[in-house]
Design a protein around this ligand. Sequence first.
Ligand code: ATP
Length: 328
Amino acid sequence: MTDKKVTRIGVLTSGGDAPGMNAAVRAVVRTGIYHGLEVYAVMRGYQGMIENDIVKMESRSVANIIQRGGTILKTARSKEFFTPEGRKKAYENLKSHGINGLIVVGGDGSFNGALKFSEEFDIPCIGLPGTIDKDIAGSDFTIGFDTAVNTAIDAIDKIRDTADAHDRLFIIEVMGRDAGYIALHSGVATGAEHVLIPEHKTDIDEVINSLQEKEKRKKLMNLIVVAEGDEFGGGEQVTKYIKEKLPNADIKITVLGHIQRGGSPTCADRILASRMGYHAVLCLMEGRNNVMVGIVNDQMHYTPLSKAVKAKQQIDEDWFDMIKILAS
Ligand code: ATP
């Protein structure tokens, strides 16, 4: 906690973009202005902070963006911000605008940066989890996850139609980096036969046996959803392995890729981002520092940035028992 009053705040989006970031920026700008603060947009994440790419926002600056994917503030990964010299430049630029509070929408890397920055300088930082990967502890959901999952579901449903028409085995790789939540949620929601994620060790021979057993029952249409960070190294590797074991099977692979990052945010993401953005400003006004605003069991939840950085969520084994039974 700090007893210094914030008067001018900055907001930036950093790391990978996620649908809903604009809704969060809108909420920060309008809540700040409502409470008499001046709000500044820092363009292109920490790189814009270093290059003094900082613009004053008005309430109208964020009109007509709640429904837009991407981020109007642009985002970037900044090598220079890893250096003390880069962070000092960034600090001096914020100071030159009189900015004395910062809200960072991004992933755990961005929180690492914010934590370092606010430990070195007298500018409190509040983090909002903006990442499609949902790999941050301290919030049940992250901004962008729900949209990414729905995009994946939409694509997998379409793949199911063609897989069914041809009685094919389809392997679909989804994003998530080293987290498997997009795969887990989209796999369950599309009725996939198998879901391969890094948090759960897959017995690949059991997958092969189950496909062979299904072949005997003439169930030839199967969907396997693979997280890109899965232990086998993603969909291509899994496909190669299964083709070796089942040379007669008709197997196709689709890598969904960056479509999962884009698009208009879902209702859930717009609400999540609006609530988080609104509360981030209140946090700064209450004198909080170095916390991530999350929502747990529908309640606002504040996690020290140091913990949001390190911890990962757990996935219960029960999910895999359910997938097996529902796909039988
Ligand atoms: P995503 O999960 O979508 O990749 P992220 O926020 O984790 O988002 P990163 O590229 O890891 O994305 O981090 C964004 C930026 O945060 C980096 O480019 C860098 O500028 C800054 N950053 C990350 N880690 C640190 C650190 N340890 N010290 C200083 N700055 C950091």
